[in-house]
Design a binder for this molecule. Structure first.
Ligand SMILES: Nc1ncnc2c1ncn2[C@@H]1O[C@H](COP(=O)(O)OP(=O)(O)O)[C@@H](O)[C@H]1O
Ligand SMILES: [Mg+2]
Length: 224
């Protein structure tokens, strides 16, 4: 696909909507805490803080403008042949650096290629790996990727806090965060919603198995 191709805003999909919401929420949170800081500090430190506020507000204005009221074009995603194994290794190195206390392992089959958008696949894997790491205060995370007939199977297993059976049906909803997750790590409750949107776009499927206090397994199947 032509990298400069544009699609009209009326096909602005729910994944983009969710990402936009996320982009609005992040600077707003910074804004709020900076304001609280400004109120507590000496008046002579205010100019630096105000500059910081200005930057955050500008980010917010740009994002809101990009929501587009009818006419803004949204860039189409460029597609190419992606080496999933290479992508996974880069992400795993990043997560191992961020979570040195965890034992992060992998089992990746030789030839793993998908024709798709690299950022989209990276977002899919990163969200699942981030959850596995974030919700595993100590223990192991394992990423397995293999090809089975005309499907790629991605399995992310962790030995973390797990998910209560009554919460499993809700974890793909926007802004849902289980109470044990709120005690363990920060987040907006939007990552799995984005994951689900990506999997739907790719006509794949996702399954979750989890035991509270023991760990979780997310299994993704994507057609090749
Ligand atoms: N690997 C996991 N272990 C335990 N709970 C998880 C895991 N992945 C997702 N969850 C649950 O699903 C919720 C939604 O996940 P997500 O949308 O990524 O939001 P966030 O990471 O911001 O909390 C989490 O808050 C948590 O309750
Ligand atoms: Mg998450």
């Amino acid at each position: 696909m032509d990298e400069d191709a544009f699609i009209p805003v009326n096909v602005f999909n729910s994944q983009e909507w969710a990402e936009t919401l996320h982009k609005i929420k992040s600077p707003l949170t910074v804004l709020k805490s900076r304001l609280e800081q400004a109120l507590e500090l000496e008046p002579n430190t205010a100019p630096e803080l105000i500059k910081g506020l200005h930057t955050e507000v500008n980010k917010l204005v740009t994002t809101v403008n990009n929501l587009g009221i009818g006419t803004n074009p949204v860039k189409a995603l460029p597609l190419s042949k992606i080496n999933l194994k290479q992508l996974a290794i880069i992400l795993l190195q990043r997560f191992q650096l961020a979570y040195p206390e965890l034992s992060i392992n992998h089992h990746l089959q030789g030839e793993l290629f998908l024709y798709d958008n690299e950022e989209r696949l990276s977002e899919l894997l990163s969200n699942l790996l981030e959850n596995a790491c974030k919700y595993t205060p100590q223990g192991q995370v394992l990423l397995e990727i293999l090809r089975q007939n005309d499907q790629i199977l991605i399995c992310i297993r962790d030995s973390g806090i797990g998910i209560a059976p009554e919460d499993i049906p809700k974890i793909f909803d926007t802004f849902f965060r289980a109470s044990n997750a709120r005690e363990t790590g920060t987040g907006y409750g939007i990552g799995l919603y984005i994951v689900q949107q990506i999997i739907e776009t790719l006509q794949g499927e996702i399954k979750v198995e989890s035991t509270l206090g023991k760990g979780s397994t997310f299994l993704v199947k994507l057609p090749v």
